[in-house]
Design a protein around this ligand. Structure first.
Ligand SMILES: NC(=O)c1ccc[n+]([C@@H]2O[C@H](COP(=O)([O-])OP(=O)(O)OC[C@H]3O[C@@H](n4cnc5c(N)ncnc54)[C@H](O)[C@@H]3O)[C@@H](O)[C@H]2O)c1
Length: 245
C-alpha cells in the first residue's frame, strides 16, 4: 500500500512508533526510524533491513528545531523526498496541577506539542513543493476528554489536534493530508508505569474491557498514510475500544 513511499516516524524506537515503522515497511515504504535514543532507532531500522526493506535510523530530539531540520535533510539526502511524516514521539510527567512543577509542564509541552510544530515546519516546504504528502499526528483521547493528573499531557495532546486541523486548512490546496490519531489505553512502556489498581479502574471505562495494542494504532496510521484515505483531512480517529465516546 505504500510502495515507493518514504516515511519518517519520530519516537520510532519502541512502542507505537516501532509498530508503525514495522507495518509501514511491511507495506512497501522506506522508513526513516527516528528517536532521541539512537540505539533503539538503530535496532528497529536493522530489523526492517533484515526483512528486506530499506530503512535508516536518525537520532533526533524533536523538541530541538535544528535537530528536526537535520532529520528531514538526512531523510531527503538518503531517499530523495519525504512522503509521510508520523509525529509519534511523546512523553508523560504526570501530577495534579497543584503539585506539578513548571519544568514538568515545559518538558512535556516541548516534546509533545513543540516537537510536532518543529517536525511539521521542517517537512512542509518539501511536501508543498511536491504537492503531496501525509502528516499523521499521534494525539490521545486525553486531549479530547482531559484526565486528572495529566494537565501538561492533556494540554499538549489537545494542542496537537489544533495543529492538525489548522495545517489541514493551510495545506489542503497543496495536496497534503493532515490527520490525527487519538489512541486510548494502549499496552506499551508508557502505560506499563501505571499501577494494577489504576489499570483495573481504567479498563472499566472501555467498552471492549481491555487495552489496545500498538498494532491497533499502527493499522489506523497505515490507513491514513495510504491512498484509501485520500479524501480525509483534519480528522481525528480514535483508536480506543470505545473509551472516549
Ligand atoms: N500508550 C498509550 O496508551 C498511549 C495513549 C495515547 C497516546 N499515546 C501516544 O502515542 C505515542 C507513543 O507512545 P508509546 O506508548 O509508544 O510510548 P513509549 O514511551 O513506549 O515510546 C515513546 C518514544 O518516544 C521517544 N521519545 C521521547 N522523547 C523524545 C524526544 N524528545 N524526541 C524524539 N523521541 C522521543 C522515546 O525514546 C520512545 O521511543 C506518544 O505520543 C504517546 O503520547 C500513547
Amino acid at each position: 500500500m505504500l510502495q515507493g513511499k518514504t516515511a519518517i516516524v519520530t519516537g520510532g524506537g519502541q512502542g507505537i512508533g516501532k509498530a508503525i515503522a514495522l507495518l509501514f515497511a511491511r507495506n512497501g515504504a522506506r522508513v526513516v526510524v527516528s528517536d532521541v535514543v539512537r540505539e533503539t532507532a538503530e535496532k528497529v531500522a536493522e530489523e526492517i533491513r533484515q526483512s528486506g526493506a530499506e530503512s535508516v535510523a536518525v537520532a533526533c530530539d524533536v523538541s530541538k528545531a535544528d535537530q528536526c531540520e537535520t532529520l528531514m535533510k538526512a531523510a531527503c539526502d538518503r531517499f530523495g523526498s519525504i512522503d509521510i511524516l508520523v509525529n509519534n514521539a511523546g512523553v508523560t510527567r504526570d501530577n495534579l496541577l497543584m503539585r506539578m512543577k513548571e519544568e514538568d509542564w515545559d518538558f512535556v509541552l516541548s516534546i509533545n506539542l513543540k516537537g510536532v510544530f518543529n517536525c511539521c515546519k521542517s517537512v512542509a516546504r518539501g511536501m508543498m513543493k511536491q504537492r503531496s504528502g501525509r502528516i499523521i499526528n499521534i494525539s490521545s483521547v486525553v486531549g479530547l476528554m482531559g484526565n486528572a493528573g495529566q494537565v501538561n499531557y492533556s494540554a499538549s495532546k489537545a494542542g496537537v489536534i489544533g495543529i492538525t486541523k489548522t495545517l489541514a486548512k493551510e495545506f489542503g490546496s497543496r495536496g497534503i493530508n493532515v490527520n490525527a490519531i487519538a489512541p486510548g489505553f494502549i499496552q506499551t512502556a508508557m502505560t506499563d508505569k501505571l499501577s494494577e489498581e489504576s489499570r483495573q479502574q481504567l479498563v472499566q471505562f472501555i467498552p471492549f474491557q481491555m487495552l489496545g495494542s500498538a498494532d491497533d494504532v499502527a493499522n489506523a496510521a497505515l490507513f491514513l498514510a495510504c491512498p484509501l484515505s485520500s479524501y480525509i483531512t483534519g480528522e481525528v480517529i480514535r483508536v480506543d475500544g470505545g473509551m472516549a465516546m
